[in-house]
Design a protein around this ligand. Structure first.
Ligand code: NAP
Ligand code: MG
Length: 476
């Protein structure tokens, strides 16, 4: 079986203790990963600190060069990386291939824009010259979830590295495989040892040791709200900034004048992509009462036609990440049955060939009251809630009626209404007549309300990994 090491100071490190990595399509182990603890996290932070001494003396052009080279190597190894991601997460091969392409784009994109990163000159009294410099923090910590291991790795590392930081990444224990591959490719691309370190392990061990480490200068966390709160507390104790990318309960808001033929396929893919395990999943549909019945019938038809299967067979819908995640989805669906009308799904597929994997049928609830658990809680599974509304005011109230605010989409042909809704809906990204931007590396992304704070992606993501230094020089 494949062994996944840690990568610290340019060396592949094992600790003698491992944990098992499972293929969710079959439920069978396919790798053993090195279980890092405090000692390895200490070594990784020290290695990053020492590499920072080297990297801060290099030019922006040098950083752009190694990031571009990494992007090229990711593209060279695209098939191999996609196969690994597909096996580790269970996602359909086509989606894994897209993830690899987006991963390469992150490194290319930040290699490009980092050379446009500069300070300002500021007006001062005669005899004074004042300017700002955009400087890296130093050592940045990155803790990622299991749903898009490659994309999350690139989304958080590429801007941090582009800004000149050196990084320590703790990948999710369920999916540590491809982050280590990226660190290997980074060495091949010419990263000096320690510029990027990866410490696989468990959240309460390696993750907590990293988040609370006094040697780090910035934390980026993507994951659940309870863990995000603990990370923010650890960051507060050391007075370091933190970016929190947490969950969502994102609505597709469908008006009576929407083009349903265009909307329905995108509404379906917004919830079934990655088996609903997407922070920006479109997990709610709010629909005008006049087109409600038509929309539910169209979504149901598509749900029932979806092909479910192992990721490697490139189905429409792969498995959930683990048995534990499936149990969580099933328990929320049970609650949903008591609170709303189950239209289709709500169980495990009745297919013997799928019995080892963690599959769950796409599930549609209708007439979901705004207060129901399936309308309020992030399920992280292929479960869609439909709630009808009477007018625009009610639509906005429903859209904003959860504790989250990550993404929203408005479906209408009325340009005035589209603008009004974009103004009134509380979310980090609002789409009109389209949904989602997984590949949109240029578009700032992040939460309002309990979905988190700070932004990744886009130029704003790069600025977030810098701190401003103001320099004033008396010239007389
Ligand atoms: P999670 O349980 O919060 O885990 C996220 C990461 O934190 C994992 O690497 C985990 O390690 C680690 N961790 C757990 N406990 C920790 C602790 N005490 N100290 C430090 N680190 C700790 O989240 P998840 O279940 O993997 O992911 C699902 C959640 O992520 C959902 O809520 C989803 O919405 C959110 N998400 C958000 C975005 C976004 O951009 N907003 C993107 C993707 C996912 P282990 O793997 O060992 O537990
Ligand atoms: Mg796995």
């Amino acid at each position: 079986m494949r062994t996944i090491p840690a990568l610290i100071a340019g060396e592949e490190v094992t600790t003698g203790t491992t944990f098992t990595v499972v293929d969710p399509s079959t439920g069978t182990p396919f790798a053993e990963a090195t279980r890092c603890g405090t000692a390895q996290v200490d070594d990784a932070v020290e290695a990053a600190r020492s590499a920072f001494g080297f990297v801060r003396g290099r030019s922006a052009e040098w950083r752009a060069g190694v990031l571009r080279q990494l992007a090229a190597l990711i593209r060279r190894d695209a098939d191999r990386l996609a196969d690994l991601e597909c096996q580790d997460v269970g996602k359909p091969l086509r989606q894994a291939r897209t993830d690899v392409a987006v991963t390469a784009r992150y490194f290319d994109y930040y290699a490009g824009i980092l050379q446009a990163l500069h300070g300002d000159t500021l007006p001062q009294a005669d005899g004074m010259v004042a300017f700002t410099r955009r400087e890296p923090f130093g050592v940045t910590a990155h803790i990622t979830p299991w749903n898009y291991p490659l994309q999350m790795t690139a989304r958080t590392l590429a801007p941090a590295l582009a800004a000149g930081n050196c990084c320590v990444l703790k990948p999710a224990e369920d999916t540590p495989v491809t982050a280590v591959e990226i660190a290997r490719l980074a060495l091949e691309a010419g990263f000096p040892p320690g510029m990027l370190n990866v410490v696989p392990g468990f959240g309460p061990e390696a993750g907590a040791a990293l988040a609370g480490h006094p040697g780090i200068d910035h934390i980026s966390f993507t994951g659940s709200r309870p863990v995000g709160t603990a990370i923010a507390q650890a960051a507060a104790a050391n007075v370091v900034p933190v970016v929190l990318e947490l969950g969502g309960k994102s609505p597709n808001i469908v008006f009576e004048d929407a083009d349903l033929g265009h909307a329905v396929p995108l509404i379906v893919s917004a919830i079934i992509q990655n088996c609903g395990q997407t922070c920006s999943a479109g997990s709610r549909v709010l629909v005008h009462e006049s087109v409600h019945g038509k929309l539910v019938a169209a979504v149901r038809e598509r749900f029932e036609a979806l092909r479910i299967g192992p990721g490697a067979q490139d189905p429409d819908l792969g498995p959930l990440i683990s048995d534990r995640q499936r149990a969580r989805v099933a328990s929320l669906v049970e609650q949903g049955r008591r609170e709303a009308v189950l239209v289709t799904g709500g169980d495990v597929p009745d297919d013997e060939r799928l019995h080892g994997g963690f599959f769950y049928r796409p599930t549609l609830f209708d007439h979901v009251p705004a207060t129901a658990a399936v309308a309020q809680e992030e399920i992280f599974g292929p479960v869609l809630s439909v709630t009808p509304f009477r007018d625009d005011t009610e639509a906005v109230a429903l859209a904003n009626g959860t504790e989250y605010g990550l993404v929203a989409a408005v479906w209408t042909r009325d340009i005035g209404r589209a603008h009004r809704l974009a103004d009134e809906v509380c979310a980090g990204q609002v789409f009109v007549n389209t949904y989602g931007a997984a590949g949109g590396v240029e578009l700032p992304f992040g939460g309002w309300k309990r979905s988190g704070y700070g932004r990744e992606k886009g130029f704003e993501g790069l600025l977030g990994y810098t701190q401003t230094k103001t320099v004033v020089i008396g010239v007389r």
